[in-house]
Design a protein around this ligand. Structure first.
Ligand code: FES
Length: 124
């Protein structure tokens, strides 16, 4: 039997302490950013299943295929990639983008949205 899960508002993926350290040459900043992301998601009650609009998931990724200007934070569903994140930047991104709905343009490295779903094939 499938478990009913709260709707997901955002999924945040952080490449902070990658194995090959390509995007994030200072592992201390990456580790501090990951700790800040976990703490703030919890403190801001973004994982609360009763949260209007849905919960916020966070995942530590080993590489997000950007590999420079890290630590890299990818925010779905918008597909917005932030570079050079720090604990302070993560706090602002959570407040202004994730909660407030206003991405912080100055820190965006690129946008990589999903392509629209393909139209269903027409019948014979
Ligand atoms: S190593 Fe961080 S994006 Fe590739």
């Amino acid at each position: 039997m499938a478990v009913v899960q709260a709707p997901i508002a955002h999924h945040l993926l952080l490449c902070a302490t990658p194995t090959k350290a390509l995007c994030c040459p200072d592992p201390a900043i990456g580790a501090a950013s990951w700790e800040a992301l976990k703490r703030l998601v919890r403190e801001l009650a973004l994982e609360d299943p009763q949260r209007p609009g849905g919960i916020v998931l966070r995942t530590k990724a080993d590489c997000l295929r950007i590999c420079s200007e890290g630590p890299i934070l990818l925010v779905w569903p918008e597909g917005i990639v932030y570079g050079a994140v720090t604990p302070e930047r993560i706090e602002r991104i959570l407040h202004e983008h994730v909660i407030g709905g206003e991405p912080i343009e100055a820190w965006i490295l690129r946008r990589q949205p999903f392509s629209p779903p393909a139209a269903p094939a027409s019948g014979p």
